[in-house]
Design a protein. Structure first.
Length: 214
């Protein structure tokens, strides 16, 4: 591999690792915040009556969980959002020089962003053994995916949908596209536990990728 290519990979790998490191801190903090309210951990992400989500803290370093005086689902939601905000970028950085397996399934666009029109194909059920994201329900139910590729695709779809709800990441996508029309309904279907499961799946995949296991 040419020296320039190695240096570029090293930079992307370092950035990806630092993002995943922050994600895992937020992820752990989120779990701590739901200690006293497991029903909320396994419940819908947002109140179906208000159609709102917990706002994202936009600045500051990852906060260690022991600074909180008591578990707080509201703070837990902020930690979950903070992790989702960083994770899609971490995965992108880890595949900058080699886009498989995402390229094979057309999940990456030529401009280096996620192809949301392709991701929306994971929204609905694909058969008896292949649940779409909207049909997953609680983590105590069916698995995140039928196989490793299915789990990766569903985890990425969940992350991008969650991130786009507060980061407007779908800007630039076709105004009449299925993704924009359906994203709200997918978000309404998501349970907090499934978002955390998707974060764990993508974090593990990215770290394996960075250490040469993928």
């Amino acid at each position: 591999m040419p020296t320039e290519r190695v240096a570029t990979w090293d930079r992307f790998a370092r950035e990806s690792f630092e993002l995943v490191r922050a994600v895992l801190i937020y992820h752990r903090n989120a779990l701590d915040m739901y200690d006293d309210t497991p029903e909320l951990l396994h419940g819908p992400l947002r109140d179906p009556h208000s159609h709102t989500v917990t706002p994202l803290p936009w600045s500051g370093e990852p906060v260690l969980s022991n600074v909180a005086s008591a578990p707080s689902p509201m703070l837990g939601g902020m930690f979950v959002a903070s992790a989702s905000f960083r994770l899609p970028v971490a995965v992108l950085k880890s595949v900058e020089l080699s886009a498989d397996p995402f390229e094979e399934h057309k999940l990456l666009k030529r401009d280096g962003d996620w192809n949301r029109e392709a991701l929306c194909r994971a929204f609905e059920d694909k058969g008896v053994k292949r649940l779409g994201v909207k049909g997953l329900g609680c983590c105590n139910g069916p698995p995140l995916g039928e196989d490793s590729v299915d789990r990766l695709r569903n985890a990425l779809t969940i992350m991008v949908v969650h991130r786009d709800d507060f980061a407007h990441g779908e800007v630039g996508q076709p105004a009449t596209g299925d993704y924009k029309r359906q994203r709200e309904g997918v978000l309404d279907s998501l349970r907090v536990c499934r978002i955390l499961e998707a974060q764990r799946e993508l974090s593990t995949w990215t770290l394996d990728r960075l250490t040469g296991k993928r």
